[in-house]
Write a protein that binds this ligand. Structure first.
Ligand code: ZN
Length: 364
């Protein structure tokens, strides 16, 4: 198995400043300066575990490069790109668009590298240079919409990769995006909502972020599926959602490539999400996608990194996904006790919403 891997040290240099989680510091409100939830540590530590474990020797490095403005314009407005570029050139940098997505000077170049990394991996998988792959890129992308960034995202990395590929491979390229980040993939949904050749499926904690999107009745032209799961969903609920919704939808849609917007904030130890997936759970979800990709599109499966905010645990989630993609196992999960927590069983209120989403598969 040839598994592609994108990472560049510059992704750790994207500076999100001294927030207090997702709030700007504010002494009057008691908000003592600390770290932004979205900081470099989780990503650096995923990469370093991949190196230290020795898994890196079994991966095919795919170099990242800066996406061109023309490539960014396949997905974003000229005004958004120009604003990010202009703010990036100022002494103190700027913000993606919601005043919660700060970036320091040079942030444009790093965001363009993240999008370019996604483009390169997408092409490498689609063209068969590698069988599958993971782009460990930063800043993340799945909340960014055409005209603005938001939610720590500046450009929609995966959407740029898909739209850039459509330019070279034809607009009838059929793509599935499975978003397992704990937050709704609102940006990817909005960008492809009218595109019958891109099936977007988001599994997320109901109304976590954005608060007003991600409901099951938003279907676009019939190729958008939301599975807004209740807080506390564990392996039983996620496996049921994959077996009953995600996998049948992919089989029916019959894409040329399967993509994943991969957030490890659905993990049992994440400070932002309230879900129960473990490294073992992410491994199983990866296996399920590899199996259906083998069935429908020659195994073409690529993932771009999104959220995941526990710096001690996200590395093992990433390692387990890449171990499964490459077929090489280096280390067990030292935090495997999360597999034994109560709550992993499928619960009736979880099955109810998954069964609602399941009805959408018939319309594909
Ligand atoms: Zn997230």
């Amino acid at each position: 198995m040839r598994t592609g891997y994108v990472y560049h040290e510059i992704f750790g240099w994207h500076d999100t400043g001294s927030f207090v989680g997702d709030m700007p510091s504010d002494p009057g409100a008691g908000l003592q300066p600390y770290m932004n939830y979205e900081n470099a540590e989780t990503k650096k530590r995923i990469h370093e575990l991949i190196v230290v474990s020795g898994l890196i020797d079994h991966l095919t490095r795919v170099p990242a490069r800066k996406a061109s403005e023309a490539e960014l314009e396949t997905t974003h407005t000229k005004e958004h790109i120009a604003r990010i570029k202009a703010e990036s050139a100022t002494r103190l940098g700027g913000d993606g668009g919601d005043l919660s997505t700060p970036f320091a000077r040079g942030g444009y170049e790093i965001a363009a590298m993240a999008a370019g990394g996604a483009i390169e991996l997408f092409d490498a998988v689609l063209n068969g240079q590698v069988d599958n792959g993971y782009a460990l890129i930063r800043p993340p992308g799945h909340h960014a919409v055409r005209e603005t960034g938001m939610g720590y995202c500046i450009f929609s990395n995966l959407a740029v990769a898909i739209n850039a590929a459509k330019k070279t491979h034809g607009s009838d390229l059929r793509v599935v995006v499975v978003d397992w980040d704990v937050h709704h993939g609102n940006g990817t949904e909005a960008i492809f909502i009218d595109d019958p050749n891109v099936l977007t499926i988001s599994l997320h904690q109901n109304r976590l972020y954005p608060h007003e999107t991600g409901d099951v009745d938003v279907v676009g032209v019939g190729t958008n599926i939301n599975v807004p799961l209740p807080p506390g969903t564990g392996h039983g609920g996620y496996y049921y959602a994959f077996d009953e919704v995600v996998i049948p939808a992919i089989r029916k849609f019959n894409p040329d490539i399967v993509c994943v917007a991969s957030g490890f904030d659905s993990s049992v130890f994440d400070p932002l999400g309230r879900m129960l997936i473990t490294a073992e759970g992410y491994k199983t979800l990866t296996r399920k996608l590899m199996d259906v990709a083998n069935e429908v599109c020659g195994g073409k499966l690529m993932m771009t990194h999104e959220g995941g905010y526990n710096a001690t645990y996200a590395p093992f989630c990433g390692l387990f996904v890449l171990q499964e993609l490459s077929g090489v196992t280096k280390l067990p999960d030292p935090f495997a006790h999360g597999n034994e927590y109560p709550g992993h069983e499928l619960k009736a209120h979880e099955a109810a919403i998954i069964d609602e989403a399941k009805k959408l598969v018939a319309n594909l």
